[in-house]
Design a binder for this molecule. Structure first.
Ligand code: AMP
Ligand code: ZN
Length: 496
């Protein structure tokens, strides 16, 4: 473990605070996953990139991190305030498919985007529809403890039972409540304006496709309960860090805290990490606004996904970031120059081979505070700490990138510089190692036919709804450096 403290801005407390985990050396981290009714746009992906940097910073420093993410495949309505149409249902109608088909398709598409952006797939990824018994159990506990009530055949959380409900947000309560509802439409069943649905049975969505038996009748869960329960299932009742975009602060995260702490009877999560929005000149990038940009639309315009990641890393995660193609062009030129600059290094082939081998064989991350063979040890260790220090200062990625440029200018040998570039890239994940690789050989026929065969098997498994087998095939190919991409025209592949 590197000898430094990690400080991050905590929305709970509204200040930069020293990160002190519940258990020494270990961190439990929960991330709100995507609502899989459409492709993730590059705004969503800004949030996932910056959360990835946070996770990798913690691993770089030497923490053992367990990261869990949900997939929202039920219960997220058009307005976060429990009104409007179910987003999954709207997606299914739009594409004339079933909700589960839509969920599978866009979960796969999200995974492909994450791979392209070098976002590490969390240790546990759990779709909400997998956890109905857990939701029912927590809702029952909330009813038993008097924090919930049944009205109009739905189950609601009673916010008036809390000493403090608005724990995360500084704004005026009235403003927040109205701000969250795009189509203000009062639900007459609610005892208090801020109450929210835990379980729907009676709703205006008669055509809701997915419904489950529950003690309160056939129905489906609200959106917020899924994160409280999935986090508890995999990370227990004491969580270190919870992440999301700033729009999740209210009502989603506020409601998660209300549910979890009322059912556990104690404080739940210590640090709340929120990433600010990606905007365009006309406002926040949003799926519902249409015309949004995806990783594929950037690729169609010939931008390497790494350029978008580099673009995100150059600004601080707590500031809004305005997207423009002019800005992306500048970053693209800077990225090419950086890779060219690194390619001009002339490290010891022997040392590099050992280094690469160690990275490929071992865990994703080098052991913190241990210089590899063949480098100038004191220089390496000083820069490793300097780089980690920038990130430990509330994930200051632009200053970490400055450290990278400074290493390239530093007065040390090329082997040490190359080793540092690769070490820094464990967090930056800009594929800087490409500078040291031989140009791609052409793909041989044997490999191509093997991959095609695996794609066909995966399609069969998906058709038979054996999603575990389909995922296993994808993982097997990923381990061989093959990335699959699911498109409307079928599955394509490329070497990653
Ligand atoms: P969703 O799929 O809508 O549930 O959103 C997935 C994640 O993206 C959540 O953490 C949101 O807070 C985040 N998000 C939504 N819009 C943006 C945006 N324009 N910029 C950055 N993050 C966003
Ligand atoms: Zn969530």
């Amino acid at each position: 473990m590197l000898d430094l403290t990690v400080n991050i801005y905590n929305t709970l407390g509204k200040s930069v605070q020293e990160l002190v985990p519940n258990e020494d050396g270990k961190i439990g981290m929960y991330t709100c996953g995507p609502t899989v009714y459409h492709y993730a746009h590059i705004g969503n992906l800004r949030t996932y990139i910056m959360e990835d940097v946070l996770e990798k910073t913690l691993r770089f420093v030497g923490y053992d991190v367990k990261r869990v993410m949900n997939i929202t495949d039920v219960g997220h309505l058009a307005s976060d305030g429990d009104t409007g149409e179910d987003k999954m249902l709207a997606g299914a109608k739009r594409e004339h498919k079933s909700v589960m088909d839509i969920a599978r398709f866009y979960t796969d598409a999200f995974r492909t985007d994450a791979e392209k952006l070098n976002i590490r797939w969390p240790d546990v990824v759990e779709p909400a529809t997998n956890c109905i018994p857990e939701f029912i159990e927590m809702i029952q506990t909330l009813l038993d403890k008097g924090f919930a009530y049944v009205a109009g055949e739905n189950v609601y959380f009673d916010t008036s039972k809390l000493k403090e409900y608005y724990v995360l947000s500084a704004q005026n309560e009235e403003e927040l409540v109205v701000g969250a509802r795009d189509d203000v439409e009062e639900d007459v069943n609610k005892k208090n304006k801020a109450d929210f649905v835990l379980w729907f049975t009676k709703s205006k969505f008669e055509n809701q496709e997915l419904k489950w038996e529950s003690p309160w009748g056939l129905g489906y869960p609200g959106w917020h309960i899924e994160c409280s329960c999935i986090s508890k299932k995999h990370l227990g009742e004491y969580l270190d860090i919870h992440c999301g975009g700033v729009d999740n602060i209210f009502p989603h995260h506020t409601n998660e805290i209300a549910q979890s702490e009322s059912s556990f009877g104690h404080k739940w999560c210590n640090y709340w990490f929120h990433v600010n929005h990606l905007n365009t000149s006309s406002g926040k990038m949003a799926k519902s606004a249409g015309g949004f940009l995806t990783v594929s639309s950037l690729e169609e315009k010939n931008y390497d996904p790494m350029v978008y990641r580099f673009f995100c890393l150059q600004s601080h995660y707590r500031k809004p970031l305005e997207f423009s193609f002019d800005a992306l062009d500048n970053v693209s030129a800077a990225y090419d120059k950086l890779v060219a600059r690194i390619s001009r290094l002339n490290p010891s082939v022997d040392a590099m081979e050992k280094w690469q081998f160690a990275c490929a064989e071992g865990p994703d991350f080098r052991k913190a505070g241990q210089a590899p063979e063949g480098v100038e040890e004191s220089v390496y260790l000083e820069w490793e700490k300097n780089f980690a220090g920038s990130l430990a200062n509330d994930i200051n990625t632009s200053s970490a990138i400055t450290a990278l440029y400074d290493v390239l200018k530093a007065d040390t040998d090329d082997t040490t510089k190359a080793a540092l570039v690769l070490r820094f890239d464990e967090v930056l994940s800009l594929d800087l190692g490409r500078a040291f690789r031989a140009p791609e050989e052409s793909v041989d026929d044997e490999l191509a036919s093997y991959v095609e065969e695996m794609i066909a098997k995966r399609a069969e498994a998906k058709k038979a709804k054996d999603f575990a087998a389909a995922d296993a095939i994808r993982d097997e190919l990923a381990a061989k450096g093959i990335t699959l991409k699911d498109t409307r025209e079928g599955t394509t592949w490329e070497r990653s």
